[in-house]
Design a protein around this ligand. Sequence first.
Ligand SMILES: [Zn+2]
Ligand SMILES: [Zn+2]
Length: 434
Amino acid sequence: MNFKIHRGTKEIGGSCVEIWTDNTRIVIDIGMPLVEKDGSEFDFTKYQKLSPNELINKGILPNIDGLYANAKNLIDGVLISHPHIDHYGFSSYLHPEMKYYLGEAAHKIIELTSIFTPQQNNIKNATYFEKSKPFNIGDITVTPFGMDHSAFDAYAFLIETNGKTLFYSGDFRGHGRKQRTFKWFTHNAPKNVDYLLLEGTQIERNTKKDTTEADIENELANIFSEKEKINLIYSSGQNIDRLVSIYRACKKTGKLFVIDIYIATVLKELSKHAAIPFPSKNFDEVKVIFPYFLCKRLASENNEKLLYQFRKFKITKEQISSNKSNIVLLVRPSMKFDLEHIPNIEGGNLIYSLWEGYLQKENTQKFIEYLSNKQFKLYKVHTSGHADIWTLNQMVSAIGPKIIVPIHTFSGDEYKRHFNCPVLEIRDGEEITI
Ligand SMILES: [Zn+2]
Ligand SMILES: [Zn+2]
């Protein structure tokens, strides 16, 4: 078995690993970078007009034969570990007949993201795998292991061929709502693998253990219990664990959880895969608002039917205003126009529930400034989607790899300090034979 990390040995985001034998060639993840080479935020709009070849020459797209729209002999398949754009974002450049292997719910999230946001994809030829069930691509055997991560339907992969083994950790943690999934993994992990490609997003932040999603739920409930205030919460529509924490904090404090049609659609679809609250008779404390610009766009793109499905659970701006002390409203910067049309909400709470780094984004700053001018009090309530050092060590002890290779990290040089087994730091594009 041979492998090459095309991106990720020295950065977080843009993950892409190619693995091949004499007969079979696969790719794990085809992510969009999160940072430019100089460390600034990756801005894809700068590159959108370039062809795949130009993007390869600039080092933006990974240089892999048989992957892109103009390829003659396609590779045997692309595995997607989870529905975050730094793991699937460049799929829009791949050949339309490319064979993908991913979780069914992950595919649903990716499809909905294409409808509700500008992020496109080209995943049409999809085969859905199931956790812990091995399958073959040519002479390579893949076993997906379910992981606890801030993305829904996330997996690590065991790759086996000709008696050699590689384990790709994907993105994971042990303090989310799937703690038990991670615990199960530590008891059932493959042993003595040759190479462990281990994510290290948080490896340099190793001072304290991460707070759990259950702690986040309690923190939110405390804030929600303040009297006479509306609660606006800015979180990611893709972080389902967090949406569940918010919902549970609403239940504890007797609040209505108000979400927009984008989040409502995501929750409704995912409720087919897990016990998740969504606007329905069974969850009558979940209400839906219809953001003006989003609705206008959906209607113009022939997606009106998405607007109709939640009519029964609609809450109007007037109802929100007159009932404000009972409301927890999920917001994002693009909803500023709608907030401007809800009267008398000044002096509420604004809870920022995302990674602190995104606070540098210009539209986030403007949004927070707008609400600060309306006397909103800012709270920050968040925990990472990635493993702390204790959890990383639990994975390493469970697997007992012969060699660890750093991936999805800015601090590969830190690994040696933390793990009791050999670490091999490699460069992007370096070929390794196992
Ligand atoms: Zn990632
Ligand atoms: Zn992720």
